[in-house]
Design a protein around this ligand. Structure first.
Ligand code: GAL
Length: 413
């Protein structure tokens, strides 16, 4: 129905061009923005971005969000819509290999000219632009950088159990988890389904292999069948034994609730978690880099695209301009917990966590995330998630190692 309404309005707009220019511009025109930011801290971030869009653009925002962490449901809906020629006006996509999938499929438009027009070539870090480009053409506008290898803690749970020192190595983490278990904490380490488990596996592998070899797992430079990887998988298996056994039915927010409810002491999640905690009234938490990761900053970036065949390309361009603007990035990131993709920001305008993350991003060793599309293609990610889901129930370590090796071979950064 919306499509029919938009078509009718488009015909009118041709007769009476609106102030912003372009055949599809005007306050009565809609821009459908497709994300998986449907609730809690994620919705709060999106709302911030929409406020900037409303300020800067003469179009109406239509919320096309499909709930489910990391796009677990949204990506399937999107794939079928794209296949049916029913693209939303814009959709969320991760910088890196995930974006390359859409580019290779010819589903999104080249934005290089707009980058020049809007000054984004200067405002964004060259390394990030590389992750949004193929053959020198740039295809999306990033809104942020998130860090994925963060361990969130319930302060009171740790204190009450007698965990006094922050674990900085995997061995110290195991000791802390044992202490929590002995104290009767039901899920010392909270976790959710497939992709959240993939995040944990990635963090353990960063600890066991180091950042460079870890990155090589996704480029083909590091052998998945080495004894070092086997050691990492053994540590991962051991870590899973401290988690909630009903993990495979939990989205990340359900696992986060275990931490909020004092049923868990630790929770590995990206730095979108604190915003969610805060919107739900939980403030008794702290954080540390995943033990053994040192200064490694495992990153991912959310970006927005102009799909081929979008109904409202001019409206989409206005959305993208707002996404790339300093105001849009500030409104979004303060709420979302991430740091701006732009480098020309005033750090003091951001909360304490983001100020420290801005520093860590600059000084740390950057590695991409597979679970969030930076390091591996959608095919590789799906295969990895399915291997990890299978392992969660069968605990077959050799099977996991073989399946991860096969998954990584499906798509490289
Ligand atoms: C990531 C996304 C983040 C956050 C997270 C949990 O893939 O990049 O912005 O939304 O999923 O849903």
């Amino acid at each position: 129905m919306r499509r029919a309404a938009v078509a009718a309005v488009g015909a009118l707009a041709l007769l009476s061009p609106a102030a912003c220019g372009g055949a599809d511009s005007g306050a009565d025109q809609e821009v459908e923005v497709f994300t998986w930011w449907a609730d809690g801290g994620e919705k709060a971030g999106l709302d911030g971005l929409v406020a900037a869009f409303d300020e800067q653009c003469d179009y109406s925002f239509v919320n096309g969000a499909v709930a489910g962490g990391a796009g677990s449901n949204a990506k399937q809906v999107l794939a079928s819509r794209l296949q049916q020629g029913d693209a939303p006006d814009t959709f969320q996509a991760h910088a890196g290999a995930e974006l390359s999938d859409y580019i290779a499929a010819g589903q999104i438009e080249d934005l290089s000219a707009l980058y020049e027009e809007w000054g984004l070539t200067e405002a964004l870090p060259p390394g990030l632009i590389d992750n949004l480009s193929v053959d020198g053409k740039v295809y999306s506008v990033p809104v942020n950088i998130h860090r994925s290898n963060v361990l969130w803690t319930n302060t009171s749970v740790l204190v009450d159990a007698g965990v006094t020192a922050e674990p900085t190595t995997l061995a110290e983490l195991f000791t802390a988890l044992d202490t929590l278990r002995t104290a009767g904490v039901s899920a010392p380490l909270a976790i959710g389904k497939d992709w959240t488990q993939l995040m944990l596996l990635e963090a353990v592998l960063i600890s066991d292999l180091g950042p460079e070899s870890f990155t090589g797992l996704w480029t083909g430079a590091t052998d998945w069948n080495s004894p070092e990887v086997t050691q990492g998988l053994e540590n991962y298996k051991r870590l899973l034994s401290y988690t909630n056994t009903d993990r495979d039915t939990y989205d990340w927010t359900d696992a986060g609730k275990l931490l909020m409810d004092g049923k868990a002491g630790f929770f590995l999640m990206g730095d979108w978690a604190p915003s969610d905690f805060e919107t739900k009234g939980f403030t008794d938490f702290d954080h540390l880099a995943f033990p053994g990761n040192g200064d490694t900053f495992q990153w991912l970036a959310d970006s927005f695209v102009l799909p081929q065949g979008a109904d409202s390309p001019e409206g989409t361009k206005c959305w993208l301009k707002a996404v790339g603007s300093a105001e849009g990035q500030q409104a979004f990131n303060i709420k979302k917990g991430s740091i701006p993709a732009r480098t020309d920001v005033t750090e003091a305008d951001y909360p304490a966590y983001q100020q420290s993350a801005i520093q860590d991003w600059k000084t740390g060793t950057q590695v991409p995330s597979c679970a969030h599309g930076a390091a591996c293609s959608q095919g590789a990610m799906e295969a990895a998630n399915s291997a990890i889901g299978k392992f969660s129930s069968d605990q077959d370590l050799a099977g996991l190692q073989q399946a991860m090796s096969a998954a990584a071979a499906l798509g490289k950064n």
